[in-house]
Design a protein around this ligand. Sequence first.
Ligand code: KG4
Ligand code: ZN
Length: 346
Amino acid sequence: MRILGIETSCDETGIAIYDDGQGDLPEGIVAHRLYSQIAVHADYGGVVPELASRDHVRKTIPLIKEVLRDANLTPEDLDGVAYTAGPGLVGALLVGCSIGRSLAYGWGLPAVPVHHMEGHLLAPMLEEDVPEFPFVALLVSGGHTMLVRVDGIGHYELLGESVDDAAGEAFDKTAKLLGLDYPGGPALAKMAESGVAGRFKLPRPMTDRPGLNFSFSGLKTAASTAIRKEKEKGDMDEQTHADIAYAFQEAVIDTLAIKCRRALKQCELKRLVVAGGVSANTALREKLAVITQKVGGQVYYPRPEFCTDNGAMIAYAGLQRLKAGTDADLTFKAHPRWPLDTLEAI
Ligand code: KG4
Ligand code: ZN
């Protein structure tokens, strides 16, 4: 079976074709393309939902044509169309939903709505070293921070989540305070590389009490206070920027690592899957490799380009759902909010 995947939930248009290897092609991604809207939103310092929707309208069909051409396939060679149905920006989602559903209808194929975070969660399955179920998944993106016990596709138990800002959102907001352009996460990580450890000490929120929830807004405020104090002293030079970036990143990573260790212990599991945009962070990867090694376990990631939003993860998740018999009726809508643990188990 072979499926087209369409991702338009936020600020990237991602299109891919995935094949299950049961026909004449090997299993895996046949072709994929990604168009990032960074340039569209850069002047505004963040994603402008209306501009995101309009740009998806411009890019989705041309990218689908390119991916079909790259794959040397035609619509007749496909068995389904998967599209991100939520969660995300409603206007952006509706572009992918409308195009995905319309193409599927026109081509006489099943249309498969995909949960964006299930896409992220299954993205490590696109790699050679695939994690076996059950495992604990840390999902860290711009909109979500979650710890999930995963016993199979759709068998998701939410262990904890952020009660306020997501980790990526905190990265982006703190980066903005440090004068970095949107999207701030990767830029802050780069800045932190020249930072010195120990000069600033920021909190590790909610690690001193039991439980697996997160809170990142206080950490962002603590970083903002440190920046303000340094500015008042007239000390906000390049090195100070880097030192605060270092302290912020270290605090986020420590907090995530403490909760991952706790979640693995609570679930009596040793396999950790980390996905979502922030999982591209090198320092986070290094830290989680150490904590899983210490418990004799292993950490699994998607390759960096599949940590952030992409069409391949939607095609993969869609194919698993299609094989399990999912074919939404024509009234299926976009779900800007859609709890992961309400998905059907397959
Ligand atoms: O998963 P994603 O592409 O989109 C959402 O579904 O939200 O995640 C984007 C988030 C942004 O907040 C971005 O700043 C963050 O992931 N991010 C990073 C890094 N790369 C992306 N944060 C920290 N370090 C990185 N290297
Ligand atoms: Zn995402």
